[in-house]
Design a protein around this ligand. Structure first.
Ligand code: ZN
Length: 266
């Protein structure tokens, strides 16, 4: 497995897949997303792997989709082109993580923002460092209707989700723990070991039973309408890319959005 923007670690029964662009806060480029999807498939198909961890090298989990690359390569996309791009790389890749037939754990430090927040919350469990923070600022920075997968109310409750999305403001790790959005908060220096220890504990259970258990739990969410709600939002999100508010942000060269994103990182 030869990856450039991702690192795949085989830790004897546990796979740890890293966003590996620390120099740009693990901004999710097209290649990085393609490689994460490929690495997830490898982990799913490898019978020796029982649990998968999704992390990020450096100071941040991920600041979200690579907006500079989007501006350079996709600013003039037609509706049809953007739909196809986002349906595959944002929506389907995310749901592939949600549907992975093995338990998954997000290992989060620093920024876990927008597209990064979306991917982390596709994982079954979340272990956060004390310095982790969570935000989806794109209603403010881009005039967009959140990110492509509106997982927010399902992981933090409707009231908090509306606050996060309407204000664009951060939630810190302590608050995320208090409301049950993350499972554990640990000192930054202990994040990797604590996440791996949790993965190893889960990996002690026979894998087929875990697969069936995850299937049942996720089906419980589907019965409550999760997938239908996510699909409906994807369509609405596409509409939000065509609004005057979004066009103005795009015509400012997205530099304003990138700067607003950086402000969120401060
Ligand atoms: Zn989008």
């Amino acid at each position: 497995m030869d990856y450039e923007d991702v690192e795949y670690e085989d830790l004897n029964g546990v796979a740890r897949i890293w966003h590996n662009r620390p120099q740009v806060r693990n901004a999710e480029s097209q290649r990085l997303l393609d490689e994460i999807d490929s690495a997830m498939r490898c982990a799913a198909e490898d019978p020796s792997i029982r649990v998968v961890i999704l992390g990020g090298r450096g100071d941040h989990f991920s600041a979200g989709h690579d907006l500079k690359e989007a501006q350079a390569n996709r600013a003039d996309f037609t509706v049809e082109q953007r739909w196809a791009y986002e349906e595959l790389r944002y929506y389907e890749y995310a749901l592939n993580i949600f549907d992975l037939p093995k338990p998954t754990i997000a290992q989060v430090q620093g920024a876990c923002v927008a597209g990064g927040f979306m991917l982390a919350n596709m994982c079954d469990l979340v272990v956060a460092a004390e310095d982790a923070f969570f935000a989806d600022p794109v209603a403010h920075s881009l005039g967009a209707a959140a990110v492509e997968v509106l997982i927010h109310p399902w992981v933090m409750g409707m009231r908090k989700a509306k606050e996060m999305l309407f204000t664009g403001q951060r939630m810190d790790a302590a608050e995320a723990l208090r409301i049950g959005m993350v499972n554990r908060v640990v000192p930054r220096a202990e994040l990797e070991d604590a996440t791996l220890a949790l993965a190893r504990r889960i990996a002690e259970a026979p894998p087929f039973g875990l697969k069936l258990l995850k299937r049942s739990l996720n089906r419980g969410l589907d019965i409550q309408g999760l997938r239908t709600a996510l699909e409906a939002h994807f369509d609405t999100h596409q509409l939000s890319h065509l609004t005057e508010g979004f066009k103005q942000a795009r015509d400012r060269g997205l530099s304003g959005a990138i700067k607003a994103g950086k402000d969120t990182l401060k």
